[in-house]
Design a protein around this ligand. Sequence first.
Ligand SMILES: *Cc1c(COP(=O)(O)O)cnc(C)c1O
Length: 224
Amino acid sequence: MVTEIKERLERLRAELPASVKLVAVSKFHPEAVLRAAYDAGQRIFGESRVQEMLSKYEALPKDIEWHFIGHLQPNKVKYIAPFVKLIHAVDSLKLLAEIDKQARRCDRVIPCLLQLHVAAEETKFGFTPEECRAMLSGGEWRSLQHVAIVGIMCMATNTENQERVRRDFHEAYMFYKEAKRDYFSYSPGFNERSWGMSHDYPLAVQEGANIVRIGTKIFGPREY
Ligand SMILES: *Cc1c(COP(=O)(O)O)cnc(C)c1O
């Protein structure tokens, strides 16, 4: 297993442009599996459940960057605020305000991405482009001193239809550019585009991603 993970990571790194950050999505995998990836040089891990990320953080080396990639409930932010490196899926002003509050308690600024809903499925979380524009133009986020909005995250429609997936990523990229122009032109840190998973990351990179979140292709299938 250890050599397999190492080989898969090496293949991915060779394939991805140097400017694209690889988040190894380790949710549902035991610590030993993460340690194998760590020993192969991987330092960025993505988790989607608070308790799981917390116990892995406590057990594993402290130079790991922990990215929270799942849906985050405001009442759970406090558990990860001391150490989380990037929160990918901010989908409400309420959540952003709570992250700000908990980050202030830790004397930190927590980088966050706004999750854009571009997929066809109704079940996926995130702001529609209109909702996201309304939130940004409302301006309340500007008073939050302990969060830094550094980019956009999305998940594409879960379909074999490559054109649909490409269109979803493209929509996210266009929105990223619009937001950068209209709201973040003085924020050099607003640069992150998190899209692409195991089955669609090549398209995501073609459509402007600079962070990909890959689980299955590194660690194999998850056992739920
Ligand atoms: C699980 C998950 C991934 C990784 O999915 P794979 O298909 O295993 O690569 C990426 N992003 C999010 C938000 C996830 O929940």
